[in-house]
Design a protein around this ligand. Structure first.
Ligand SMILES: [Zn+2]
Length: 118
């Protein structure tokens, strides 16, 4: 039996006006929002919502890792905060700068999110 996926634009919360916009390389339906022209695949959005309760912000150990990505030819640094036990990505931060302020900002925002989730 196929799982029913509710369709809602993650950008503008439109729930009723979409174009079917082809399929991604794994065969999942993509949509184009008629209000804001945002493309999205609701399967992955719904899957991520199902995984949120499994996030453990009270774990004893988090790991921070950074990597370099190029976006439109410009160098950016992406910081990931990972729970050492579950290996879930708890948060991330994208910045054109590589310094300690960026990772502290990421950790501070994640700490605020963790307090809101409790
Ligand atoms: Zn939209």
């Amino acid at each position: 039996m196929q799982k029913i996926v509710s369709v809602k634009c993650p950008k503008c919360n439109n729930k009723d006006s979409f174009y079917r916009y082809g399929k991604d390389r794994d065969g999942y339906q993509k949509y184009l929002c008629r209000k804001c022209n945002h493309q999205f695949a609701p399967f992955f959005n719904n899957l991520s919502l199902e995984l949120i309760p499994m996030l453990d912000f009270n774990s004893d150990e988090w790991h921070a890792d950074e990597t370099v990505v190029k976006i439109s030819g410009q160098k950016y640094y992406i910081w990931f905060i990972i729970d050492s036990e579950t290996r879930f990505v708890l948060g991330f931060h994208l910045s054109p700068y590589r310094n300690s302020e960026q990772v502290l900002l990421c950790l501070t925002l994640l700490k605020i999110l963790a307090m809101l989730m409790l």
